[in-house]
Write a protein that binds this ligand. Structure first.
Ligand code: NAD
Ligand code: TYD
Length: 352
């Protein structure tokens, strides 16, 4: 069976995607990842005995490498997760976001187009699936309807602007050249293997380390949370059944205020691993300066993917967050590896 190239699958969502990939029925995966600070081969350890998963270190912006991989693998699909993904980092240093999310996606598209034209135009099954975010739609007021696929793009951060640009390129490669693309725009994910710079793993990590739990501004910002394995099942469903050229919004129907998310995590930790002084973890909550340009509310209308494809999330926020907190408690070594610098040292040693 021909392979699928998955980019950025040493990161949070991509790793969950290749860990839950049905290798027996869907064929091999080539995982192309640059291993930035967010890429972590420790997340892929359980695939060591899976010969149908191959890891290649590289950049989606390296046209020659992409050309060679496409020629060698003759994939039936390319799924693009690779990106710089953290809003706060994009505020401090937007350049990498422009490089990877815009220029990198452009180079990848260009090589995929050439490959598709040369070898596969007669094969109607090839797909390029681009993984994007709901943040491209901007911010909502408390009573606004949720983002649908026809909501106008209005990105507010360098991260969301760079993702919006990449979405537009993907759209244009379909409209102009006929490349068979699919785009998914998903809400905030949480679950195993998320780098502890994002809200949920950061709060779990800081709580256990006895550090402050930083809540930006008034903590009343709203995000629509989706358990990562549900996002992965949505992407697989779109890859199989999505209509070429279409975009699909993916969400958990689970809007929560940031402060409530933090308090929920504290309550679960109070039960599973009480503080040694008997005090509640919520005592560690600390209000800090707000993020510049902070989007107030995201919400996803996921009726299209449910109607056309039959996808629905399996987890509620309540079940997903329980699983997630337990996972971080049970995987101390993984967390220690990514936070202590050991992992970075290992990558330098391994790859020079
Ligand atoms: P992540 O930051 O955890 O992982 C990104 C991965 O991409 C890392 O392994 C990194 O090494 C790799 N990478 C970065 N630059 C690269 C390059 N130039 N070439 C090859 N690999 C490169 O991100 P994530 O949270 O797993 O997000 C994955 C995708 O899903 C992103 O495109 C993101 O925009 C999108 N998304 C994320 C969320 C979320 O809540 N995390 C929600 C919706 C959409
Ligand atoms: P984050 O996980 O960075 O995702 P995104 O910015 O892509 O939505 O942040 C989720 C929300 O939590 C967002 O409104 C910012 C807020 N936040 C905090 O209040 N404190 C923090 O330490 C972090 C990282 C985020």
């Amino acid at each position: 069976m021909t392979s699928t190239i998955v980019t950025g699958a040493a990161g949070f969502i991509g790793a969950n995607f290749v860990l839950t990939w049905p290798y027996a029925s869907a064929g091999p995966v080539v995982n192309l990842d640059k291993l930035t600070y967010a890429g972590n081969l420790q997340s892929l350890e359980s695939l060591a005995a899976q010969p149908a998963h191959r890891f290649v270190r590289g950049d989606i912006g390296d046209a020659e490498l992409i050309r060679t991989l496409l020629r060698e693998e003759q994939p039936r699909a390319v799924v693009n997760f690779a990106a710089e993904s953290h809003v706060d980092r994009s505020i401090l240093g937007p350049e990498e976001f422009v490089q990877t999310n815009i220029v990198g996606t452009f180079r990848l598209l260009q090589e995929v187009l050439t490959y598709w034209r040369d070898t596969l135009k007669s094969d109607p099954s090839f797909r390029f699936l681009h993984v994007s975010t709901d943040e491209v739609y901007g911010t909502l007021g408390p009573k606004d309807p949720a983002f649908s696929e026809t909501t106008a793009y209005a990105p507010n951060s360098p991260y969301s602007a760079s993702k919006a640009a990449s979405d537009h390129l993907v759209r244009a490669y379909h409209h102009t050249y006929g490349l068979p693309v699919l785009t998914t725009n998903c809400s905030n994910n949480y679950g195993p293997f998320q780098f502890p710079e994002k809200l949920i793993p950061l709060v779990i990590h800081n709580a256990l380390a006895g550090k402050p739990l930083p809540v930006y501004g008034d903590g009343q910002q709203v995000r629509d949370w989706l358990f990562v394995e549900d996002h992965c099942s949505a992407i697989r469903a779109v890859l199989e059944k999505g209509r070429v050229g279409e975009t699909y919004n993916v969400g958990g129907n689970s809007e929560k205020k940031n402060l409530d998310v933090v308090k929920t995590i504290c309550a679960i930790l109070d039960e599973l691993k009480p503080r040694s002084d008997g005090k509640p973890y919520a005592d560690q909550i600390t209000f800090v300066q707000d993020r510049p340009g902070h989007d107030r509310r995201y919400a996803i209308d996921a009726t299209k993917i449910e109607r056309e494809i039959g996808w629905k999330p399996a987890e509620t926020f309540e079940t997903g967050i329980q699983k997630t907190v337990k996972w971080y408690l049970d995987h101390h070594a993984w967390v220690h590896g990514v936070t202590s610098g050991d992992y970075r040292k290992w990558v330098e040693k391994q790859y020079g």
